[in-house]
Design a protein. Structure first.
Length: 266
């Protein structure tokens, strides 16, 4: 792999931060270089350096900028990640008034595992009570992947066996080692592209919002902006789940802590 110069690394990561708000540190240089090499090849650029120069000078089409953002967005997730939140959600569902729609927003949904995990739980526990799950992500590629609902089987290691049988299909042939989320769930979960650093698409008010493992990529000011923006979509009695490694305590936000990584309006 052709190495990426420090100057080009700084230029492209600054561009990425301007667009997404996400800051990629020096320890990501090898990852950025590997992803840029594939982008440069696909775009027909002579090398990584010339590709970066074209991007930062604004000479690339909008579609290529979208591909750049998609490739530099790190996405790592699996079903029922951080199960304490799903245990808390199950307790809330047990107390939810019958017949009143329950709405959940997966605000950094990546490839969709979090949203589908939530959908499995809602489908199992709410019976005929209506429910809605919306997933949003910065990356259009992740939105497309989430909509397909096709995953490597190893991402389902935390899925209860009963849920695997009821809500997932085991791949065969060319899809051996993969699972497909059942259409009965895929048809009820919506995925949209959204940049949490910019005005949000039109969304309803939610009972629960997952905002997990995304704030770690932002500085304090950006974190506060994102949480304030997300809180506008949370019902007065709703709850916000954040990643267990993410603290809101120093951001001066109008929230109170209910339990570890579980918040409500102050």
């Amino acid at each position: 792999m052709i190495p990426l110069s420090r100057k080009s690394f700084d230029s492209v990561t600054q561009l990425f931060e301007k667009i997404s708000g996400i800051r990629l540190g020096e320890h990501k240089q090898a990852l950025v270089a590997s992803r840029l090499q594939r982008l440069a090849q696909d775009a027909g650029a002579a090398d990584i350096e010339s590709y970066v120069q074209k991007m930062v000078q604004g000479n690339a089409p909008a579609e290529e900028m979208t591909r750049l953002v998609d490739r530099l967005t790190t996405n790592e997730t699996y079903f029922f990640r951080e199960p304490q939140h799903f245990n808390d959600l199950a307790e809330r569902l047990a107390k939810h008034p019958e017949g009143q729609e329950f709405r959940v927003w997966s605000a950094a949904s990546s490839s969709g595992e979090e949203a589908y995990s939530t959908a499995m739980l809602l489908a199992d526990q709410l019976g005929k009570t209506p429910w809605l799950v919306i997933g949003t992500d910065l990356s259009t590629a992740m939105v497309e992947a989430a909509t397909r609902g096709l995953y490597p089987m190893d991402r389902a290691r935390m899925v209860p066996p009963d849920y695997l049988k009821r809500y997932c299909l085991k791949g065969e042939g060319v899809h051996a080692g993969e699972l497909l989320v059942a259409r009965s769930l895929r048809d009820r979960v919506r995925f949209l592209q959204a940049n949490l650093m910019q005005p949000l698409p039109q969304l309803p008010q939610f009972d629960v919002i997952f905002l997990r493992n995304v704030l770690i990529y932002f500085d304090a000011d950006a974190k506060a902006q994102i949480v304030r923006r997300v809180l506008t979509q949370l019902k007065p009695d709703g709850v916000l789940y954040t990643g267990h490694a993410e603290s809101l305590s120093t951001l001066g936000l109008p929230v109170r802590v209910l339990a570890t990584a579980i918040h409500a309006h102050a």
